[in-house]
Design a protein around this ligand. Structure first.
Ligand SMILES: NC(=O)c1ccc[n+]([C@@H]2O[C@H](COP(=O)([O-])OP(=O)(O)OC[C@H]3O[C@@H](n4cnc5c(N)ncnc54)[C@H](OP(=O)(O)O)[C@@H]3O)[C@@H](O)[C@H]2O)c1
Length: 226
């Protein structure tokens, strides 16, 4: 089995983040879970077991709240090996002309600012453990989509990941950007059973963190077959 890693996951109350927590714990890792919905996080800790998981409610757009998450996680598990910046949202009004700036502001806060804050508060600890930073970008951050402001935030996430690889490389750290196509999660109002499953993305995270230290998996691009 791979060396046990302590992994902080943002957006752990639902979809990709919650499934990643399950897959990581099944494979012998420890998880620090955060999101705004405390009851969802508590349910997940009950399922995973308190010896493997800790939950800290936080709004990831607030850097002081993220700092608190890291502190609680460090107190519980003693170190941080991986931070998975996964929290994010879309908008209901697509495009620019028909888009709503209030929705853009909220989305930019979580998809861009919270990603930066997550990196800012975890990097000193990842430097100590010579650890890894993982980002959920999207296929929408790898290919143009007509007028998509959501896609543009995910291009940011992708570009930031590429730049962070270079910064972390200076001390032997690794950064992985995961870009999935459509995944069947509560991100969408209707189920998408023929698209990717959250398990597919969780497996990609597991692959990236269990890869040999000499191997920096810089990006993983997943698309539904159909
Ligand atoms: N589903 C897809 O097709 C797809 C494809 C590519 C990329 N992605 C990306 O994958 C990531 C996870 O999405 P998902 O599909 O798993 O959707 P989801 O089930 O809606 O999960 C989104 C998660 O983000 C958290 N979140 C949102 N705003 C937050 C905030 N201000 N502070 C803290 N946490 C916040 C939510 O938790 P709370 O509401 O409890 O705070 C939730 O846990 C997102 O970055 C999304 O853009 C999704």
């Amino acid at each position: 089995m791979a060396k046990e890693k302590v992994v902080l996951i943002t957006g752990a109350s639902s979809g990709i983040g919650a499934m990643t927590a399950k897959i990581l714990v099944q494979n012998g890792h420890k998880v620090i879970l955060t999101a705004r919905r405390k009851e969802k996080l508590d349910e997940l800790v009950d399922y995973l077991g308190e010896e493997h998981a800790v939950a800290v409610q936080a709004d990831a757009t607030q850097m002081n709240e993220l700092t608190q998450v890291v502190q609680v996680g460090l107190k519980k598990f003693g170190r941080l090996d991986v931070a998975f910046a996964n929290a994010g949202m879309g908008v209901s009004s697509a495009g620019v002309e028909k888009g709503e700036p209030e929705q853009w502001d909220k989305m930019i806060q979580i998809n861009i600012n919270a990603l930066l804050y997550t990196a800012k508060v975890t990097l000193p600890h990842l430097r100590e453990s010579v650890g890894q930073f993982i980002i959920t970008s999207s296929a929408a951050g790898r290919r143009p989509i007509k007028g998509s402001v959501y896609g543009a935030t995910k291009w940011f996430a992708y570009g930031f990941g590429q730049n962070l690889v270079e910064e972390m490389q200076e001390w032997g750290g690794r950064c992985t950007t995961i870009a999935p196509g459509m995944v069947n999660t509560p991100f969408f109002d209707e189920a998408k059973p023929d698209k990717l499953s959250p398990v597919d993305v969780a497996d990609a995270v597991l692959f990236a963190i269990e890869a040999d230290e000499r191997n920096c998996v810089r990006e993983i691009f997943l698309m539904p077959t159909k």
